[in-house]
Design a protein around this ligand. Structure first.
Ligand SMILES: [Zn+2]
Length: 283
């Protein structure tokens, strides 16, 4: 495999959308979190990165290249640290900067964060963003639909380079699949993900995500039918060709499927003392 070309730290994917990288590369963040500046001037900033010190100078550099001085406001896709971690630095630099997100099961948010709800519109210069509630990766997740481009800012619901993690504490695969279907019902052209490159054929990618999960679910239902009863046993079979380093995310994925099947009344968990839970199919 040849090494991937370096992901650019700034880009202007359209005349309404600029992108500045959060400079927080990692196993879970790929090249880092994309933050987007949306609007023909006084742009709205979607997400803020993780709070990496070099991010604000990079953002200011990009703003000045465009002839702008500061974002008009910040809207967040969800509460994960690599999306809202930059809020304090931005506010230190841009006094009085407004920040909004869907406030839902939040603790420890920065001060003075305004609430946003499904269907709310955020207007900027030549742009209208509509909030779309999309829980599953996180229970407070909003995507933003840019009406003028029929483009979707998907946060962590759809990613440029990998599948989305469904964390066991706050994630929910059943909600996630509902969210994907809700996105598919919109008239979507492009997708601007929070990690990785622009996705030109949005609906194809959304369908690919749904198909991938349904394929995985089929494998898990089959394995339960064959008598496999624990997450480690399921991971060993289904991820036989995957490096052991990836077995932790694989186990999280299998668990998300089992919890979905349980919510649907198709599987039952029996916790064990000092051993992995036993899972059995129903019906
Ligand atoms: Zn996230």
């Amino acid at each position: 495999m040849s090494p991937a070309p370096a992901f650019p730290t700034t880009a202007t994917p359209s005349d309404r959308v600029g992108r500045v990288l959060g400079l927080n590369p990692g196993m879970m963040t790929g090249p880092g979190t994309n933050t987007y500046l949306v609007g023909r001037r006084d742009p709205i900033l979607i997400d803020t990165g993780a709070g990496v010190p070099d991010y604000v100078p990079l953002l200011e550099h990009y703003l000045s290249e465009r002839g702008w001085t500061q974002p008009s406001r910040v809207i967040l896709t969800h509460r994960h640290r690599d999306h809202l971690g930059g809020v304090p630095q931005l506010r230190a630099r841009f006094r009085g900067l407004k920040v909004a997100k869907m406030i839902h099961k939040d603790t420890g948010l920065p001060d003075a964060v305004d609430d946003l709800r499904h269907g709310d519109r955020v207007e900027g210069e030549g742009v209208t963003l509509r909030a779309v509630y999309t829980p599953g990766h996180a229970s407070d997740h909003l995507c933003y639909y840019l009406e003028e481009e029929k483009a979707l800012f998907t946060g962590d619901v759809i990613l440029g380079g990998s599948t989305t993690v469904i964390p066991s504490d706050d994630g929910d695969l059943l909600d996630y699949l509902d969210s994907l279907r809700r996105l598919l019902a919109l008239d979507v052209a492009r997708i601007y993900p929070a990690h990785g490159p622009v996705i030109e054929d949005g609906p194809a990618k959304i369908r690919e995500y749904i198909d991938h999960r349904m394929m995985r679910e089929g494998q898990i239902v089959q394995a339960l039918g064959d008598g496999l009863r624990t997450i480690p046993a399921l991971v060993k079979r289904i991820y036989a060709d995957v490096a052991p380093a990836l077995h932790v995310p694989a186990a999280m994925s299998v668990e998300s499927h089992l919890r979905k099947l349980a919510r649907e009344g198709r599987a039952r968990e029996t916790p064990q003392r000092d051993a992995p839970s036993q899972w059995e199919p129903i019906g």
